[in-house]
Design a protein around this ligand. Structure first.
Ligand code: CP3
Length: 349
């Protein structure tokens, strides 16, 4: 059993409160880097695992048991609500979400009905309840999550992962009203999904706008931020920390904070001190070790972990994380060591 005193260091850091040590968790901590994950998952489809609450709860717990991280993230996917609603999304191993009939026209919008969370995502909510039952005695909080409208829309419009997001940008600029209706519908789905996860027991949420960094600041403000602000603003009354994350979003950090975040995710491209100057006080920072660094020799990893912590020292609320998800080829032993180093860190100013 972990002794976290009265509160959780993770939740306290998200709120900018004093913590006994810097809390740490890893995006994609549940996944292919863990042999026990591969064993439990087998060859099945990831959506099958998401439909099975016992398995999803078990996969949520595995990295907590192994690494001693300070938060669990629910095992699910940003495309889960749409897939469970029958929108025609598949998640192809090694590739990512694929939509057989991409969204391009007004008629496609009719394929997005409102989410009925208690029905459509019932297995996910049951996984939240099961995971909480196991996590509570360990004093480890559970993070729920959803995809931000822009990032989810990019999969629907492109039909799959993309490097250029050309089809998404063309739709955004050639049919702004249709685009707005699309991201508006996705905002309602993500908001409903997150509120239901919190009601079921999630103690913090992360909104993943993984690919927002492909947008320039003007386009982000006009075409992506309002829908994300609707999601984050719609959670304000719940009083739980709202983490807002994207990759390559150095130029967007201030806007991502202003959208209604309590914590902003920072990738490895931006030093945490610079991130702090961009978002101002009052918002915690999460990040930002380069995930590729986890494949380097341990002394190098240790030095870089220390560098992130030195950068964060004195800046106010900080949650240690990678700048993006754990790479599947990562040695899980390295992640366990990182948790130990972060917890043992003492700033020598
Ligand atoms: O441990 C955790 O972080 C929780 C689990 C989690 C998954 N997906 C499980 C998953 C989370 C938080 C996500 C979010 C997600 N899904 C994002 C945002 C985070 C990010 O990486 O930016 C995005 C963009 C997706 C869409 C998606 N799903 C991609 C790009 C992939 C990878 C495809 C591949 O196989 O490499 C998936 C599949 C997926 N989601 C896997 C996992 C563990 C890997 C496939 C598997 O194990 O079958």
């Amino acid at each position: 059993m972990r002794d976290h005193g009265t509160g959780s260091p993770f939740l306290d850091a998200c709120h900018g409160r004093p913590v006994p040590f810097t809390p740490v968790w890893f995006m994609r901590q549940a996944g292919r880097s863990l042999p026990e994950y591969r064993a439990a998952r087998g060859d099945g489809d990831i959506l099958e695992a998401i439909r099975c609450p016992e398995l999803a709860a078990e996969l949520t717990l595995q990295p907590v048991r192994r690494h001693g991280v300070d938060a669990a993230i629910l095992f699910s996917d940003i495309m889960a609500p749409l897939a469970l609603m029958g929108v025609g999304v598949e998640i192809v191993p090694g590739r990512g979400p694929v939509v057989a009939e991409p969204f391009r026209t007004k008629a496609d919008l009719a394929r997005l009905r409102p989410l009925e969370a208690e029905v459509d995502v019932a297995p996910v909510l049951e996984a939240v309840r099961l995971a909480r039952r196991e996590l509570d005695p360990m004093g480890v909080p559970l993070i729920g999550f959803a995809g931000a409208p822009f990032t989810v829309a990019s999969y629907l419009v492109e039909g799959g992962p993309s490097r250029t997001y050309a089809a998404t940008k063309v739709l955004m600029h050639s049919e702004p009203a249709l685009w707005e209706a699309l991201v508006g519908a996705l905002a309602d789905i993500s908001l409903g999904f997150l509120r239901a996860q919190v009601t079921a027991g999630a103690q913090a949420v992360q909104l993943f706008d993984s690919w927002a960094g492909t947008l320039g600041t003007e386009d982000y403000r006009t075409h992506a931020m309002p829908a994300s602000a609707r999601v984050l603003g719609g959670l304000a009354d719940l009083g739980i920390p709202r983490i807002h994350f994207g990759v390559g979003t150095g130029e967007l950090l201030a806007d991502m904070a202003a959208a209604g975040a309590d914590v902003v995710g920072v990738d490895w491209r931006v030093q945490l001190g610079v991130a702090r100057s961009r978002v101002g006080p009052g918002v915690a920072l999460q990040g930002n070790l380069d995930p590729a660094l986890c494949l380097a020799p341990l002394p190098v990893v240790e030095q870089r972990v220390r560098k992130v912590l030195d950068d964060a020292a004195g800046l106010g609320g900080h949650v240690f994380n990678l700048g993006h998800g754990v790479l599947p080829e990562t040695d899980p032993g390295t992640l366990t060591r990182i948790v130990e180093w972060v917890h043992a860190y003492q700033h020598r100013g």
